[in-house]
Design a binder for this molecule. Structure first.
Ligand SMILES: *[C@@H]1O[C@H](CO)[C@@H](O)[C@H](O)[C@H]1NC(C)=O
Ligand SMILES: *[C@@H]1O[C@H](CO)[C@@H](O)[C@H](O)[C@H]1NC(C)=O
Ligand SMILES: *[C@@H]1O[C@H](CO)[C@@H](O)[C@H](O)[C@H]1NC(C)=O
Ligand SMILES: *[C@@H]1O[C@H](CO)[C@@H](O)[C@H](O)[C@H]1NC(C)=O
Ligand SMILES: *[C@@H]1O[C@H](CO)[C@@H](O)[C@H](O)[C@H]1NC(C)=O
Ligand SMILES: *[C@@H]1O[C@H](CO)[C@@H](O)[C@H](O)[C@H]1NC(C)=O
Ligand SMILES: CC(=O)N[C@H]1CO[C@H](CO)[C@@H](O)[C@@H]1O
Length: 345
């Protein structure tokens, strides 16, 4: 641009100093080389602008417009310091430009937690700008920051919706241009959480007076609804069991793997204080209104998978109480032939 400007300036100065009636043609012919250089420079400039400013801007804005959806996340092989994480996802774009996005490391963090500390670093594979891209990832995650993953699990457990951001720097290669352009992959996804496992139901309960060889005296079937997209291998879990604010024992659910949907049906066993239960069953409203259905609260105590303490799940499960109504009237009636009357036996 500077050269063309200069050509114009030269010309006008010329005209100003020595006004003649020869018209433009003579000048144009005389200064043809200046116009030519000006033109070439302009072309180079435009091409450079397109390549170095235009394409990266377009590439970045196309990437920003693309939509990332998570179809499923599977967490297995959970150990104290590592786990396997698989993610099935889809990236949708308008597919109008032909580009390749290089593989990159994406940090995943909770969008709504200040600090944006990553709880996972995911290796995204190379993708293209096709309108529909299926991106399935499977990798082992070393848990460098156990606090961050515990916090994430706590949010996942306690929220009905949570926002997770994937952020990473990568490059785009546009068809026909050799240069790689730096771009940033930044997507915030809204996903359903486990909503405190609400809807958890305990049915088919039975009592064994005096307990079995492990000391367990209560058995039932538990249904744990999973509203999230996560499949999570927990392992052997145990829970504090509170009755009206008092810790009355421990509930165990073995080999627990939560899957999305309603298919989480597990046998549960518990070692609970029989005296506390019988006392409470003899009080109103349990003796006269609820037919022996008692309001318990469960709070995570431990998670052990193949001998390893999984604190990032245990602490998440310990962060909140889940209220669950358990029918003890039916098993007591089966045992004693009657419900506990008000005032006790
Ligand atoms: C991804 O999809 C495959 C095939 O449908 C399935 O076997 C796998 O469990 C899925 N993984 C995740 C993480 O959803
Ligand atoms: C990727 O995941 C999708 C489901 O999200 C599944 O349909 C597809 O089969 C999976 N592909 C592979 C190679 O696992
Ligand atoms: C009820 O519990 C018993 C053991 O206590 C178990 O064998 C049975 O399968 C359970 N039934 C259902 C329907 O969950
Ligand atoms: C859970 O309930 C028990 C008994 O009511 C209470 O002591 C405890 O503080 C509660 N814990 C949480 C995390 O709410
Ligand atoms: C759960 O505990 C049982 C009995 O203690 C054990 O046999 C089993 O291997 C444990 N399961 C896991 C996943 O750790
Ligand atoms: C797991 O934690 C329990 C209680 O906190 C402890 O007694 C046990 O030794 C731990 N096990 C391992 C393998 O660290
Ligand atoms: C009870 C409940 O909320 N069930 C949900 C479990 O999750 C699936 C989707 O993964 C939903 O369709 C169910 O409604």
């Amino acid at each position: 641009m500077s050269l063309t400007d200069k050509a114009h300036v030269d010309e006008s100065e010329h005209v100003a100093v020595k006004p003649r009636k020869r018209g433009c043609l003579g000048h144009c012919i005389k200064l043809w080389w200046a116009y030519l250089i000006g033109f070439i420079v302009l072309v180079i400039l435009v091409v450079c602008l397109v390549i170095f400013v235009g394409i990266p801007k377009i590439a970045q804005s196309k990437l920003d417009d693309a939509e990332l959806t998570i179809d499923g996340i599977v967490i297995t092989n959970t150990q104290s310091n590592q786990l396997s994480m698989a993610i099935n996802s889809t990236i949708r774009s308008d597919g109008k430009i032909h580009a390749t996005i290089a593989g990159f490391v994406g940090d995943m963090y909770l969008e709504d937690l200040e600090g944006h500390i990553p709880f996972a670093r995911i290796n995204f594979p190379e993708t293209t700008s096709d309108a529909l891209q299926v991106v399935n990832i499977s990798q082992t995650l070393s848990l460098v920051d156990v606090t961050a993953i515990t916090t994430f699990n706590t949010w996942l457990l306690t929220s009905s919706l949570l926002r997770v951001t994937v952020h990473g720097d990568t490059t785009v290669k546009v068809k026909g241009v050799a240069k790689l352009f730096p771009v940033t992959f930044h997507k915030t996804i809204e996903m359903p959480g486990l909503n405190l496992l609400s809807g958890l139901a305990v049915t088919n309960s039975s009592i064994k007076l005096g307990g079995d060889e492990n000391g367990d005296n209560f058995f039932a079937t538990v249904n744990i609804p999973n509203t999230s997209l996560f499949t999570i291998e927990l392992g052997n879990t145990s829970f504090h069991n509170y009755l009206l604010g008092k810790d009355v024992g421990t509930v165990f659910i073995d080999d627990l793997t939560l899957v999305p949907g309603d298919a989480n049906k597990y046998p549960m066993r518990a070692a609970i204080s029989q005296n506390d239960i019988l006392d409470t069953l003899g009080e109103s409203p349990y003796c006269d209104k609820t037919n022996g259905v008692l309001p318990f609260q469960l709070r995570g105590k431990s998670v052990v998978n193949h001998g390893q303490n999984i604190t990032y799940f245990a602490n998440a499960l310990a962060s909140a109480n889940q209220t669950v109504e358990i029918d003890l009237g039916t098993p007591v009636k089966a045992l004693l032939g009657k419900l506990i009357p008000c005032g006790g036996l």
